[in-house]
Design a protein around this ligand. Sequence first.
Ligand SMILES: NC(=O)c1ccc[n+]([C@@H]2O[C@H](COP(=O)([O-])OP(=O)(O)OC[C@H]3O[C@@H](n4cnc5c(N)ncnc54)[C@H](OP(=O)(O)O)[C@@H]3O)[C@@H](O)[C@H]2O)c1
Length: 244
Amino acid sequence: MKSKRIIISGATSGIGCEIAKIYISQGWKVGIIGRRENLLKELQDLNSSNVFVQAMDINSDNATQQFQNLITQLGGMDIYFHVSGIGYQNTQLDYAKELNTVETNCKGFTRMVTFAFNYFAEHGGGHIAAITSIAGTKGLGVSPAYSATKRYQNQYLQCLAQLSSMRKAKIIFTDIRPGFVATDLLNDSHNYPMLMNKTDVAKAAYKAVEKKKRIKIIDWRYYFLVAAWKCIPNCIWERISVKN
Ligand SMILES: NC(=O)c1ccc[n+]([C@@H]2O[C@H](COP(=O)([O-])OP(=O)(O)OC[C@H]3O[C@@H](n4cnc5c(N)ncnc54)[C@H](OP(=O)(O)O)[C@@H]3O)[C@@H](O)[C@H]2O)c1
């Protein structure tokens, strides 16, 4: 039987690296993307015949060409899993941090996801999954660009899901929204409550994609948190001090 093929961006560390390990262990052909080539090669060493590496920056002008090269190496793509992302707590509103976050989480995300959409539309369908965040479900004052760009991702995936249906493109979408996960992204001096393990989050994300879930909040505690804060009127929310 022909192996299934997945491409994962943001596979050099954290959640993306753990997700890649699961697909590798399941015998998939796995294409991995990130800027740190040495870390991609370490992952490739787990199964050099099934793992294909593309060191690249999703913000670069030739990113789509490099994405296409990786698809060609794999002989096609069945799932595109977008995990690449950056984020900061930025109460001082350092504008460089804000703009970098917009560049990667909006522009880079759009570049990669639209390319995957067009590829699948031309090849009879496919599946686009992305790790977004619960931060997109309510505006968080401590991380303005992060929270806003994650909302952008949530909304963009919904737009593409409707577009796929309008065009009968047979593309499935899975928007995975974790709460706090212990990874390099949170490697700052702050204290994060209800911190989850990256391996557990990757397993839950894998399961959500297998079940073709449209939206998955990880884990159940964050499911209830999101449900609760959605009920808070904006006029009250904007007066609450949410920090850690
Ligand atoms: N940790 C959390 O609490 C949490 C919660 C909810 C959602 N998330 C989301 O989960 C995703 C993964 O984050 P993580 O927590 O696993 O942190 P991480 O360990 O810092 O992983 C971030 C990944 O994104 C890649 N990346 C960043 N900028 C890139 C670029 N310009 N081009 C290509 N790849 C790029 C990094 O690879 P290179 O540096 O090698 O390029 C790395 O593989 C992010 O989208 C994040 O927003 C995280």
